[in-house]
Design a protein around this ligand. Structure first.
Ligand code: NAI
Ligand code: MG
Length: 332
Protein backbone atom coordinates (compact mmCIF):
# COMPACT_ATOMS: atom_id res chain seq x y z
CA UNK A 1 0.00 0.00 0.00
CA UNK A 2 1.00 3.63 -0.47
CA UNK A 3 3.26 5.00 2.23
CA UNK A 4 3.43 8.76 2.59
CA UNK A 5 2.25 9.33 -0.97
CA UNK A 6 4.77 6.88 -2.38
CA UNK A 7 3.34 4.30 -4.77
CA UNK A 8 4.69 0.79 -4.36
CA UNK A 9 5.29 -0.89 -7.70
CA UNK A 10 6.11 -4.58 -8.09
CA UNK A 11 8.24 -5.27 -11.16
CA UNK A 12 8.24 -8.73 -12.77
CA UNK A 13 10.39 -8.89 -15.90
CA UNK A 14 9.74 -12.56 -16.68
CA UNK A 15 11.49 -14.16 -19.65
CA UNK A 16 12.89 -13.21 -23.06
CA UNK A 17 12.45 -9.56 -24.04
CA UNK A 18 10.59 -8.99 -20.77
CA UNK A 19 14.12 -8.63 -19.35
CA UNK A 20 14.83 -5.86 -21.86
CA UNK A 21 11.60 -3.89 -22.19
CA UNK A 22 10.57 -3.85 -18.52
CA UNK A 23 13.89 -2.33 -17.35
CA UNK A 24 13.36 0.22 -20.15
CA UNK A 25 9.92 1.12 -18.77
CA UNK A 26 11.30 1.33 -15.22
CA UNK A 27 14.04 3.71 -16.43
CA UNK A 28 11.31 5.98 -17.81
CA UNK A 29 9.25 5.81 -14.59
CA UNK A 30 12.36 6.63 -12.52
CA UNK A 31 12.98 9.71 -14.63
CA UNK A 32 9.66 11.30 -13.65
CA UNK A 33 10.51 13.82 -10.96
CA UNK A 34 7.17 14.74 -9.46
CA UNK A 35 5.89 11.20 -8.85
CA UNK A 36 7.20 9.17 -5.94
CA UNK A 37 7.51 5.48 -6.77
CA UNK A 38 9.28 2.60 -5.06
CA UNK A 39 10.13 -0.53 -6.98
CA UNK A 40 10.32 -4.09 -5.76
CA UNK A 41 11.62 -6.67 -8.22
CA UNK A 42 10.07 -10.16 -8.17
CA UNK A 43 10.65 -13.36 -10.13
CA UNK A 44 8.33 -15.41 -12.34
CA UNK A 45 8.45 -17.36 -15.57
CA UNK A 46 10.38 -20.18 -17.25
CA UNK A 47 13.74 -19.34 -15.70
CA UNK A 48 12.16 -19.10 -12.25
CA UNK A 49 10.56 -22.51 -12.74
CA UNK A 50 13.90 -23.97 -13.81
CA UNK A 51 15.61 -22.46 -10.73
CA UNK A 52 12.98 -23.03 -8.07
CA UNK A 53 10.53 -25.61 -9.41
CA UNK A 54 7.61 -23.14 -9.57
CA UNK A 55 6.90 -20.58 -12.29
CA UNK A 56 5.09 -18.20 -9.95
CA UNK A 57 6.52 -18.23 -6.41
CA UNK A 58 4.08 -17.37 -3.65
CA UNK A 59 6.19 -14.34 -2.68
CA UNK A 60 5.64 -12.91 -6.18
CA UNK A 61 1.89 -13.61 -6.07
CA UNK A 62 1.57 -11.99 -2.62
CA UNK A 63 3.67 -8.98 -3.64
CA UNK A 64 1.45 -8.34 -6.69
CA UNK A 65 -1.65 -8.73 -4.53
CA UNK A 66 -0.33 -6.16 -2.01
CA UNK A 67 1.28 -3.60 -4.33
CA UNK A 68 -0.35 -0.42 -5.60
CA UNK A 69 0.41 -1.66 -9.09
CA UNK A 70 2.47 -4.32 -10.86
CA UNK A 71 4.46 -4.03 -14.08
CA UNK A 72 4.91 -7.39 -15.82
CA UNK A 73 6.86 -8.31 -18.97
CA UNK A 74 6.03 -11.76 -20.31
CA UNK A 75 6.59 -15.41 -19.50
CA UNK A 76 7.48 -18.08 -22.05
CA UNK A 77 6.01 -21.57 -21.97
CA UNK A 78 4.86 -20.97 -18.39
CA UNK A 79 2.74 -17.97 -19.48
CA UNK A 80 -0.55 -19.56 -18.43
CA UNK A 81 0.90 -20.53 -15.02
CA UNK A 82 2.12 -17.00 -14.46
CA UNK A 83 -0.18 -14.41 -16.00
CA UNK A 84 -3.52 -16.06 -15.21
CA UNK A 85 -2.80 -16.30 -11.44
CA UNK A 86 -1.20 -12.83 -11.47
CA UNK A 87 -4.37 -11.35 -12.95
CA UNK A 88 -6.25 -13.17 -10.18
CA UNK A 89 -3.81 -11.83 -7.57
CA UNK A 90 -4.77 -8.26 -8.43
CA UNK A 91 -8.47 -9.18 -8.61
CA UNK A 92 -8.55 -8.16 -12.25
CA UNK A 93 -11.88 -8.37 -14.07
CA UNK A 94 -11.07 -6.35 -17.21
CA UNK A 95 -8.12 -6.26 -19.57
CA UNK A 96 -7.89 -2.90 -21.32
CA UNK A 97 -6.05 -2.97 -24.66
CA UNK A 98 -5.89 0.33 -26.52
CA UNK A 99 -4.92 0.02 -30.20
CA UNK A 100 -3.70 3.22 -31.84
CA UNK A 101 -1.94 4.05 -35.05
CA UNK A 102 0.84 6.60 -34.48
CA UNK A 103 1.98 9.28 -36.90
CA UNK A 104 5.32 8.26 -38.34
CA UNK A 105 4.67 4.54 -37.98
CA UNK A 106 3.84 2.59 -41.11
CA UNK A 107 0.36 1.17 -40.46
CA UNK A 108 -2.13 -0.72 -42.61
CA UNK A 109 -4.81 1.60 -41.18
CA UNK A 110 -3.27 4.89 -40.05
CA UNK A 111 -6.55 6.22 -38.58
CA UNK A 112 -7.04 3.35 -36.11
CA UNK A 113 -7.90 4.42 -32.55
CA UNK A 114 -9.92 1.96 -30.55
CA UNK A 115 -9.85 0.00 -27.32
CA UNK A 116 -10.71 -3.56 -26.35
CA UNK A 117 -12.30 -4.14 -22.95
CA UNK A 118 -11.80 -7.86 -22.55
CA UNK A 119 -13.33 -10.08 -19.89
CA UNK A 120 -10.34 -11.27 -17.92
CA UNK A 121 -11.29 -14.15 -15.64
CA UNK A 122 -13.27 -16.80 -17.46
CA UNK A 123 -14.36 -18.07 -20.88
CA UNK A 124 -12.03 -20.74 -22.23
CA UNK A 125 -9.16 -19.47 -20.04
CA UNK A 126 -10.68 -20.67 -16.80
CA UNK A 127 -8.51 -23.76 -16.79
CA UNK A 128 -11.14 -26.51 -16.98
CA UNK A 129 -9.44 -28.83 -19.46
CA UNK A 130 -9.70 -32.60 -19.18
CA UNK A 131 -8.08 -35.50 -20.99
CA UNK A 132 -10.85 -38.08 -21.13
CA UNK A 133 -9.11 -40.71 -23.24
CA UNK A 134 -6.22 -41.24 -25.66
CA UNK A 135 -8.48 -39.73 -28.33
CA UNK A 136 -10.56 -37.15 -26.50
CA UNK A 137 -9.90 -33.95 -24.57
CA UNK A 138 -12.50 -31.41 -23.49
CA UNK A 139 -12.56 -27.83 -22.31
CA UNK A 140 -15.33 -26.22 -20.29
CA UNK A 141 -16.15 -22.64 -21.27
CA UNK A 142 -17.25 -20.70 -18.21
CA UNK A 143 -19.43 -17.59 -18.54
CA UNK A 144 -21.12 -16.06 -15.51
CA UNK A 145 -23.69 -13.31 -15.37
CA UNK A 146 -21.77 -11.68 -12.52
CA UNK A 147 -18.45 -11.39 -14.41
CA UNK A 148 -20.23 -10.22 -17.56
CA UNK A 149 -22.13 -7.57 -15.61
CA UNK A 150 -18.98 -6.41 -13.83
CA UNK A 151 -17.25 -5.96 -17.19
CA UNK A 152 -20.30 -4.14 -18.58
CA UNK A 153 -20.46 -1.79 -15.59
CA UNK A 154 -16.80 -0.93 -16.15
CA UNK A 155 -17.44 -0.44 -19.88
CA UNK A 156 -20.36 1.90 -19.17
CA UNK A 157 -18.25 4.07 -16.82
CA UNK A 158 -15.37 3.96 -19.30
CA UNK A 159 -17.43 5.33 -22.20
CA UNK A 160 -19.38 7.80 -20.06
CA UNK A 161 -16.17 9.30 -18.60
CA UNK A 162 -14.91 9.81 -22.14
CA UNK A 163 -18.17 11.27 -23.46
CA UNK A 164 -18.73 8.32 -25.78
CA UNK A 165 -22.31 7.11 -25.86
CA UNK A 166 -21.95 3.58 -27.17
CA UNK A 167 -19.85 0.44 -27.42
CA UNK A 168 -19.76 -2.68 -29.56
CA UNK A 169 -20.40 -6.11 -28.03
CA UNK A 170 -18.45 -8.78 -29.89
CA UNK A 171 -19.63 -12.36 -29.31
CA UNK A 172 -20.64 -15.57 -31.03
CA UNK A 173 -24.03 -16.13 -29.42
CA UNK A 174 -25.51 -17.50 -32.62
CA UNK A 175 -23.44 -20.66 -32.04
CA UNK A 176 -22.52 -20.57 -28.34
CA UNK A 177 -26.10 -19.72 -27.42
CA UNK A 178 -25.91 -20.56 -23.74
CA UNK A 179 -22.51 -19.06 -22.86
CA UNK A 180 -22.19 -16.12 -25.24
CA UNK A 181 -25.97 -15.66 -25.08
CA UNK A 182 -25.58 -15.13 -21.33
CA UNK A 183 -22.62 -12.77 -21.91
CA UNK A 184 -24.49 -10.71 -24.53
CA UNK A 185 -27.69 -10.49 -22.50
CA UNK A 186 -25.90 -9.45 -19.30
CA UNK A 187 -23.80 -6.79 -21.05
CA UNK A 188 -26.81 -5.41 -22.98
CA UNK A 189 -28.95 -5.28 -19.85
CA UNK A 190 -26.35 -3.29 -17.89
CA UNK A 191 -25.79 -0.93 -20.83
CA UNK A 192 -29.52 -0.29 -21.24
CA UNK A 193 -29.91 0.54 -17.57
CA UNK A 194 -26.93 2.95 -17.86
CA UNK A 195 -28.34 4.61 -20.99
CA UNK A 196 -25.37 3.44 -23.06
CA UNK A 197 -26.13 2.27 -26.58
CA UNK A 198 -24.68 -1.01 -27.78
CA UNK A 199 -24.24 -2.61 -31.18
CA UNK A 200 -23.71 -6.35 -31.47
CA UNK A 201 -21.23 -7.86 -33.93
CA UNK A 202 -20.56 -11.57 -34.35
CA UNK A 203 -16.86 -12.14 -33.74
CA UNK A 204 -16.08 -13.73 -37.10
CA UNK A 205 -17.73 -10.89 -39.01
CA UNK A 206 -15.96 -8.47 -36.66
CA UNK A 207 -12.59 -9.91 -37.73
CA UNK A 208 -13.33 -8.98 -41.34
CA UNK A 209 -14.84 -5.60 -40.53
CA UNK A 210 -11.95 -4.45 -38.34
CA UNK A 211 -9.46 -5.36 -41.09
CA UNK A 212 -11.43 -3.49 -43.74
CA UNK A 213 -12.22 -0.42 -41.67
CA UNK A 214 -11.14 -0.17 -38.02
CA UNK A 215 -12.34 3.44 -37.72
CA UNK A 216 -15.93 2.21 -37.42
CA UNK A 217 -15.04 0.90 -33.94
CA UNK A 218 -14.29 2.81 -30.79
CA UNK A 219 -14.86 0.69 -27.67
CA UNK A 220 -15.19 -3.09 -28.04
CA UNK A 221 -16.45 -5.28 -25.20
CA UNK A 222 -15.83 -9.00 -25.58
CA UNK A 223 -15.21 -12.33 -23.87
CA UNK A 224 -11.72 -13.47 -22.90
CA UNK A 225 -10.37 -15.45 -25.89
CA UNK A 226 -12.03 -13.18 -28.46
CA UNK A 227 -10.33 -10.16 -26.86
CA UNK A 228 -6.96 -11.90 -26.79
CA UNK A 229 -7.03 -12.91 -30.45
CA UNK A 230 -8.77 -9.88 -31.93
CA UNK A 231 -6.49 -7.39 -30.16
CA UNK A 232 -3.41 -9.16 -31.57
CA UNK A 233 -5.10 -8.96 -34.97
CA UNK A 234 -5.66 -5.24 -34.42
CA UNK A 235 -1.96 -4.87 -33.52
CA UNK A 236 -1.24 -5.93 -37.08
CA UNK A 237 -3.30 -3.00 -38.38
CA UNK A 238 -1.18 -0.39 -36.61
CA UNK A 239 2.39 -1.68 -36.93
CA UNK A 240 2.77 -4.72 -34.71
CA UNK A 241 2.88 -6.03 -31.16
CA UNK A 242 5.72 -3.74 -30.12
CA UNK A 243 3.16 -0.94 -29.82
CA UNK A 244 0.35 -2.43 -27.72
CA UNK A 245 0.14 -1.78 -23.97
CA UNK A 246 -2.46 -3.23 -21.64
CA UNK A 247 -3.92 -2.84 -18.18
CA UNK A 248 -5.50 -5.52 -16.00
CA UNK A 249 -7.74 -3.55 -13.68
CA UNK A 250 -9.02 -4.97 -10.41
CA UNK A 251 -11.15 -3.60 -7.59
CA UNK A 252 -8.20 -2.62 -5.43
CA UNK A 253 -5.08 -2.83 -7.57
CA UNK A 254 -3.92 -3.56 -11.07
CA UNK A 255 -1.26 -5.08 -13.31
CA UNK A 256 0.18 -3.53 -16.46
CA UNK A 257 1.88 -5.45 -19.26
CA UNK A 258 2.69 -5.22 -22.94
CA UNK A 259 0.34 -7.38 -25.03
CA UNK A 260 3.28 -9.19 -26.62
CA UNK A 261 5.08 -12.28 -25.36
CA UNK A 262 8.76 -13.09 -24.84
CA UNK A 263 9.68 -12.77 -28.55
CA UNK A 264 12.25 -15.60 -28.52
CA UNK A 265 13.27 -14.74 -32.10
CA UNK A 266 14.84 -11.43 -30.98
CA UNK A 267 15.38 -11.97 -27.23
CA UNK A 268 18.91 -11.07 -26.15
CA UNK A 269 19.62 -8.96 -29.22
CA UNK A 270 18.78 -5.67 -27.49
CA UNK A 271 16.48 -4.58 -30.32
CA UNK A 272 13.03 -5.15 -28.79
CA UNK A 273 10.63 -2.26 -29.16
CA UNK A 274 10.12 -0.84 -25.65
CA UNK A 275 7.08 1.27 -26.68
CA UNK A 276 4.45 -1.26 -25.55
CA UNK A 277 6.03 -1.52 -22.10
CA UNK A 278 6.60 2.22 -21.72
CA UNK A 279 3.00 2.87 -22.77
CA UNK A 280 1.92 0.24 -20.21
CA UNK A 281 3.89 2.21 -17.60
CA UNK A 282 1.93 5.28 -18.77
CA UNK A 283 -1.33 3.42 -18.13
CA UNK A 284 0.02 2.50 -14.69
CA UNK A 285 0.61 6.19 -13.89
CA UNK A 286 -2.89 7.07 -15.04
CA UNK A 287 -4.33 4.33 -12.84
CA UNK A 288 -2.44 5.76 -9.85
CA UNK A 289 -4.03 9.14 -10.52
CA UNK A 290 -0.75 10.64 -11.84
CA UNK A 291 -2.50 12.04 -14.90
CA UNK A 292 0.07 14.66 -15.91
CA UNK A 293 2.93 12.18 -15.73
CA UNK A 294 0.86 9.66 -17.72
CA UNK A 295 0.20 12.21 -20.44
CA UNK A 296 3.89 13.19 -20.54
CA UNK A 297 4.99 9.58 -21.00
CA UNK A 298 2.39 8.99 -23.72
CA UNK A 299 3.38 12.18 -25.54
CA UNK A 300 7.10 11.38 -25.31
CA UNK A 301 6.59 7.92 -26.81
CA UNK A 302 4.37 9.34 -29.57
CA UNK A 303 6.95 11.94 -30.38
CA UNK A 304 9.77 9.37 -30.68
CA UNK A 305 7.58 7.07 -32.78
CA UNK A 306 7.02 10.01 -35.10
CA UNK A 307 10.58 11.29 -35.35
CA UNK A 308 12.55 8.12 -34.65
CA UNK A 309 14.78 6.48 -33.65
CA UNK A 310 12.75 3.32 -34.29
CA UNK A 311 13.50 -0.36 -33.64
CA UNK A 312 13.70 -2.88 -36.53
CA UNK A 313 10.09 -4.13 -36.09
CA UNK A 314 9.05 -0.62 -37.22
CA UNK A 315 11.57 -0.54 -40.05
CA UNK A 316 14.28 1.34 -38.14
CA UNK A 317 17.77 0.34 -37.09
CA UNK A 318 17.82 1.61 -33.50
CA UNK A 319 18.26 -0.61 -30.48
CA UNK A 320 16.08 -0.61 -27.34
CA UNK A 321 18.53 1.66 -25.52
CA UNK A 322 18.47 4.20 -28.35
CA UNK A 323 14.70 4.46 -28.14
CA UNK A 324 14.77 4.76 -24.34
CA UNK A 325 17.34 7.59 -24.54
CA UNK A 326 15.18 9.41 -27.07
CA UNK A 327 12.06 9.04 -24.89
CA UNK A 328 14.04 10.32 -21.87
CA UNK A 329 15.17 13.33 -23.89
CA UNK A 330 11.57 14.08 -24.85
CA UNK A 331 10.51 13.84 -21.19
CA UNK A 332 13.07 16.46 -20.14
P1 NAI B 1 5.37 -12.79 -29.18
O1 NAI B 1 4.46 -11.68 -28.87
O2 NAI B 1 6.42 -13.08 -28.20
O3 NAI B 1 6.07 -12.53 -30.61
C1 NAI B 1 5.36 -12.47 -31.83
C2 NAI B 1 6.19 -11.71 -32.86
O4 NAI B 1 6.17 -10.31 -32.54
C3 NAI B 1 7.66 -12.12 -32.89
O5 NAI B 1 8.13 -12.08 -34.20
C4 NAI B 1 8.35 -11.06 -32.06
O6 NAI B 1 9.68 -10.83 -32.40
C5 NAI B 1 7.47 -9.82 -32.34
N1 NAI B 1 7.47 -8.92 -31.19
C6 NAI B 1 6.73 -9.05 -30.06
N2 NAI B 1 7.00 -8.05 -29.22
C7 NAI B 1 7.93 -7.27 -29.81
C8 NAI B 1 8.62 -6.08 -29.41
N3 NAI B 1 8.41 -5.49 -28.23
N4 NAI B 1 9.53 -5.57 -30.28
C9 NAI B 1 9.75 -6.13 -31.46
N5 NAI B 1 9.14 -7.25 -31.90
C10 NAI B 1 8.23 -7.81 -31.08
O7 NAI B 1 4.45 -14.07 -29.42
P2 NAI B 1 4.86 -15.61 -29.65
O8 NAI B 1 6.09 -15.70 -30.47
O9 NAI B 1 3.63 -16.24 -30.10
O10 NAI B 1 5.16 -16.17 -28.21
C11 NAI B 1 6.46 -16.30 -27.66
C12 NAI B 1 6.36 -16.75 -26.20
O11 NAI B 1 5.71 -15.73 -25.44
C13 NAI B 1 5.54 -18.02 -26.01
O12 NAI B 1 6.26 -18.85 -25.12
C14 NAI B 1 4.24 -17.57 -25.39
O13 NAI B 1 3.72 -18.50 -24.49
C15 NAI B 1 4.69 -16.31 -24.65
N6 NAI B 1 3.61 -15.32 -24.47
C16 NAI B 1 3.47 -14.80 -23.21
C17 NAI B 1 2.54 -13.84 -22.96
C18 NAI B 1 2.45 -13.30 -21.57
O14 NAI B 1 3.24 -13.65 -20.73
N7 NAI B 1 1.49 -12.45 -21.27
C19 NAI B 1 1.67 -13.30 -24.02
C20 NAI B 1 1.92 -13.88 -25.32
C21 NAI B 1 2.86 -14.86 -25.52
MG1 MG C 1 -2.20 -12.72 -26.37
Amino acid sequence: MSRGGEHEIVVIEGDGIGQEVIPAAVTILQAIDDVSLSFSKKQAGDATRDDTGVALPETTYEAAADADATLFGAAGETAADVILPLREAVGSFVNIRPVRAYPGVDALHPQTDLVFLRENTEGVYSGHETRLSEDLSTLTRVITTSASERLAEYACSYVTERSIDEFHIVHKANVMQETDGRFRDAVSRVATSSNVETTEVLMDAFATRICLNPTQFDVIVCPNLAGDVLSDLAAGLVGGLGLLPSANIGKTNALFEPVHGTAPDIAGDGIANPSASILSAGMLLEHLGETDAATNVQTAVESVLNSGPRTPDLGGDADTEGVVSAVLEQLQ
